[in-house]
Design a protein around this ligand. Structure first.
Ligand code: SAH
Length: 487
């Protein structure tokens, strides 16, 4: 079918384009390089085939001719093939050669440009490649010792551009940085010209070395780095490296559908998140039949109260009511802010929310019976509410609203988890299922729990709990992560 040559951006998974994410989501095959980010590979369907063709230390990479042949062969099938390349596919990435091979073979292809590290990596270090009064152009040049590139690059011309208000961005130049600096000085650039070299830009490992052209050869630098030469490299608009959770890698174990708010908050504070969905939310065993009956009963004004103990139960029951007015005079209780917010999305304001978001507090806050209460719950839930409500004189209908089943995180996510700084647990089932799918040996050094019940489950399983959130909400959990990591 079509082969998509997709730019993955420089590393931060948020820096892939909308189009790139779209085609990845329907890929049958992803052909990727060593520098590719695990969470981007996770955008492809779980069943998609993934082939690594990149170099890694000690392992030979696939020859370019073989990569071209692979893309042509698989592009001729009816599969959707994504060739994922770091940064932009046409900037020092041999994407042009792949496109040429596909064109020659008559295989349709689409190029999805990416955010190149040449611009984005300096930006994440607070270095604008052009700046009014400092730089009117920027030149991106390879420092690779490829004999073709080495003989083609006119370093004197590059130096002249640099000497007349141009920024020079060198990719693949770590090994040759001394020679490059020498050539540029010989070509007329001042030895005191500022240099910023950024390693692993846009990632948790980002590191910026600031030096001068004269000292570049001796500067401690390792690949992969983007080297910026010119007055703009003397600007320090650093922002990314100053975020409170910068450089920290944090595992999120929530179900994929529920993880985004936590992931967004942690990333916004500069953390790298590793999504390892330990649980998945599935339909109840009866396919939702009992819940549909319960919804009909609600509409018939059967219940005095409907008690919601999670956003999940709201999201499962409310659509079956079709119209929020079906609740009529029925009281609506919600365990906490997440559940309240879910209700608000259906236009319902909770009548009762306890101070502390735990079942015991909800039970205390509810009045006594007699009457009838609907309690939609997960298939396996604590019995505090059913028992407590019965003791308060209520007739309680417990209805299974959803099941949490063990998730199937990708091998890449499992590997990444083992190197993380901290892990977040948002329910007892995330604790149990994390241990089932990842094992205690992959547990990061710092454990943060959303509330006391989750923490008890973790302790009972032998996990050391470092911090329990004061407010049992996503914001409370994020605060707890910051506290646990001293941020
Ligand atoms: N097509 C890519 C560039 C591939 S060449 C792009 O458009 O970004 C590979 C070189 O890019 C590396 O040697 C390094 O110089 C630079 N590079 C890629 N990712 C980087 C990152 N995260 N941080 C710093 N430099 C990076």
């Amino acid at each position: 079918m079509t082969v998509f040559l997709v730019g993955a951006g420089p590393g931060d998974p948020g820096l892939i384009t909308v189009r790139g994410a779209e085609v990845l989501a329907r890929a049958d095959l992803v052909v990727y390089d060593r520098l590719s980010v695990a969470s981007l590979l996770d955008l492809a369907p779980a069943g998609a085939e993934r082939i690594s063709v990149g170099k890694s230390p000690g392992h030979a990479s696939m020859a370019q001719a073989d990569i071209n042949a692979l893309l042509v062969a698989r592009g001729r099938t009816d599969e959707t093939v994504v060739r994922l390349k770091g940064g932009d596919p046409f900037v020092f990435a041999r994407g042009g050669e792949e496109a040429a091979a596909l064109a020659a073979a008559g295989v349709p292809f689409e190029v999805v440009p990416g955010i190149t590290s040449a611009v984005a990596v300096p930006a994440y270090a607070g270095v604008p490649v052009t700046h009014r009064g400092l730089a009117t152009s920027f030149t991106v040049v390879t420092g690779h010792e490829d004999p073709w590139a080495a003989s083609e690059t006119d370093w004197d011309a590059v130096a002249r551009l640099g000497a007349s208000g141009g920024t020079i961005v060198v990719l693949m130049g770590v090994a040759t940085r001394g020679a490059i600096a020498e050539r540029l000085v010989r070509g007329g650039l001042a030895p005191a010209t500022p240099v910023a070299a950024v390693r692993w830009g846009t990632r948790a490992e980002q590191e910026t070395v600031r030096t001068t052209l004269a000292a570049l050869g001796d500067a401690a630098l390792e690949a992969p780095a983007t080297i910026v030469v010119g007055p703009v490299a003397g600007l320090d608009l650093a922002w990314f490296e100053r975020r409170p959770l910068f450089g920290r890698r944090i595992v999120v174990t929530r179900a994929r559908q529920q993880a985004s708010a936590l992931v967004d908050r942690l990333r916004g504070l500069g953390a790298e998140t590793i999504e390892l969905p330990a649980i998945e939310i599935a339909d109840p065993a009866d396919g939702g039949a009992a819940l549909a009956d319960a919804a009909t009963a609600v509409a018939a004004a059967t219940y005095d109260w409907v008690v919601f103990t999670s956003a999940n139960t709201v999201e499962r029951l409310m659509p079956r009511l079709r119209d929020a007015r079906a609740l009529g005079a029925t009281g609506v209780a919600a365990i906490g802010p997440g559940t309240t917010a879910a209700l608000a999305r259906f236009g319902v304001a909770a009548d009762l929310v306890p101070e502390e978001s735990v079942a015991e507090a909800l039970l205390d806050a509810l009045p006594g019976g007699p009457g009838r209460v609907l309690l939609p719950q997960a298939a396996v839930a604590r019995d505090v509410l059913p028992r407590g409500l019965a003791a308060k004189g209520w007739t309680v209908d417990v209805v299974e609203a959803y099941r949490t089943v063990t998730g199937s995180p990708s091998p890449a996510a499992l590997d990444a988890a083992a190197t993380a700084d901290a892990i977040t647990f948002t329910s007892s089932s995330t604790v149990k299922n994390f241990l089932a799918v990842a094992g205690a040996e992959r547990l990061p050094p710092v454990v943060v729990c959303i509330g006391p019940i989750t923490a008890d489950t973790a302790r009972a399983a032998g996990l050391p709990v470092d911090v329990v959130a004061d407010a049992h909400t996503i914001d409370g959990l994020v605060d707890a992560v910051c506290r646990a990591l001293g941020a």
